[in-house]
Design a protein around this ligand. Structure first.
Ligand code: DUC
Ligand code: ZN
Ligand code: ZN
Length: 477
């Protein structure tokens, strides 16, 4: 009897550390061997000419989440994770959002109902804390962290989600005590409201003014404030979806000071600009690109690359937050036509994250192959308590793999996508490098744009504490 269920033969294995020509042997869903030459297994796949990389881990996606402007999202777990595997991903970490007044535990149970039996890839949950009551911080949150929900997000903007400074400090302090990693959405609530009202009064209501209402200074101020609160409470923080130079420089400043401040950026900040929000002629088509923070300009793309190259950013996530464009629930819904304020806020991107970073990063010579793997998989696993089960290719890791054609040229277009949304914001973008096959724990789940897996193949991941969440000065104040 052969030693392996499957041998992936003749590819170039790329991890965050190494690039080697090797065979990969898989047994019982795990990697059993990586060697120059392995005997055949029960099955064999020829990967010559292909890269064999750890499956993408997208640690920032929104699925089945009723937020950010009201209408239903275009993706629940079935379509969202179908899109994820087609794009070479094997794990996603979406959010379980606590509506104000609701129990955190009940909110988590609701998201499990959405995900159970529907997911094509493995998944964990971050929590979103919108109502940090004494019982949430004293009982619910520590218990949920123990149960494997080891990270949570807080917002510095949005009527339904914003926390004031005192609440942020209380939440940070709680995270410190229970070892959770805090993700922060850094945009200042009052400044955005002020700008929004002023723009509306002046009749500037088209989608483009979404970007004008939340300029980089608003993100920079909030980033600095979050960092200062993190320093005061001695709690590590991850600043998510960073859009340009000014917030990037705040994070770099904090890192140089020795603070445990981490950074995440996303495809929209190296591939879209605020001008996309102008649409064809300052019309509603610009709504397709409304997301927060908004995309900036070409100089910001360069700043983001500087942050990627110099290690300011640890993770490159999609912030997949899909809405329809057409229809009553879409970006064009009647209320959204009255002002940018009501345009559903977010864009799809889980399926295009890897090709965009590969093409603009590796093919255009800005990052190495190993950095690509770190930014799209390994660092997500390490940051969010999934390592060493996920995120690399070595004996003992889950056999989550993407076979990647480094030379394949594609044009991103809606007809290739597997998400629920009716458009992609990257329509027409030419890329080089494309996923050919995705394996989840040794099972082929997507091949050449065809979904071969089933809803329910993916399972819930109870995550460990992040080693990056350990306070600089220990857990007791
Ligand atoms: N924040 C996110 O993380 N995603 C979409 C919109 C937002 O504000
Ligand atoms: Zn956010
Ligand atoms: Zn998000």
């Amino acid at each position: 009897m052969s030693d392996f269920d499957l041998v992936i033969r003749g590819g170039t294995v790329v991890t965050a550390a190494d690039t080697v020509r090797a065979d990969v042997g898989i047994r019982s869903g795990r990697i059993a061997a990586v060697a120059d030459r392995l005997e055949d297994g029960a099955a064999r796949v020829d990967a010559s000419g292909l890269l064999v990389m750890p499956g993408g881990i997208d640690s920032h996606v929104h699925l089945a989440q009723p937020a950010f402007g009201g209408p239903a999202m275009a993706d629940g777990f079935e379509t969202g994770t179908r899109s994820a595997i087609a794009g070479g991903n094997t794990t996603v970490i979406p959010f379980a959002l606590q509506p104000r007044g609701a129990s955190l535990r009940a909110s988590v149970a609701d998201y499990h109902k959405e995900a159970d039996g529907r997911s094509y890839c493995d998944y964990g949950f971050h929590l979103i804390i919108s109502d940090p009551t004494a019982s949430v911080l004293g009982q619910e949150l520590p218990a949920l962290v123990d149960d494997g929900y080891t990270s949570f997000k807080v917002f510095m903007t949005y009527d339904d989600l914003v926390l004031n400074d005192r609440q942020l400090l209380e939440v940070f302090d709680c995270a410190r005590g229970c070892g959770a990693l805090v993700m922060v959405h850094c945009e200042g609530y009052d400044a955005i409201r002020f700008m929004t009202e002023r723009l509306e009064q002046a009749g500037r209501k088209a989608p483009y003014y979404h970007a004008v209402s939340r300029p980089e200074s608003v993100e920079r101020e909030a980033t600095h404030r979050a960092i200062s609160h993190a320093e005061l409470t001695d709690v590590p923080v991850m600043i998510v979806h960073v859009s340009g130079r000014e917030p990037m420089e705040q994070i770099r400043w904090a890192q140089r000071k020795g603070l445990k401040v981490y950074g995440e950026t996303c495809p929209q900040y190296i591939a879209l600009t605020a001008d996309d929000l102008k649409g064809l002629n300052m019309d509603e088509t610009g709504g397709k690109y409304v997301c927060s923070p908004p995309p900036r300009d070409h100089a910001s793309w360069e700043a983001i690359w500087e942050g990627i190259r110099t290690g300011v950013f640890q993770t490159f996530s999609s912030d997949h937050c899909p809405f329809y464009y057409e229809g009553e629930q879409g970006k064009l819904n009647p209320k959204a036509r009255t002002s940018f304020r009501w345009v559903p806020n977010g864009i799809p991107g889980v399926e295009t994250r890897l090709p965009i970073l590969y093409s603009k990063g590796v093919v255009e010579g800005r990052i190495s192959l190993n950095e690509f793997v770190a930014l799209t998989s390994t660092n997500h696993a390490k940051m969010y308590g999934l390592y060493p089960r996920k995120g690399s290719i070595a004996p003992g890791f889950d056999a989550d793999l993407v076979l990647w054609d480094p030379n394949r040229k594609e044009t991103i277009r809606q007809e290739l996508m597997h998400h629920g949304a009716d458009y992609t914001p990257y329509e027409g973008m030419a890329v080089t490098g494309w996923p050919v096959a995705t394996y989840l724990r040794g099972m082929l789940v997507a091949e050449e744009g065809r979904i071969v897996g089933e809803p329910g193949d993916g399972g819930f991941l109870k995550r460990g504490l992040s080693p990056y969440a350990v306070p600089a000065h220990g857990r007791e104040i």
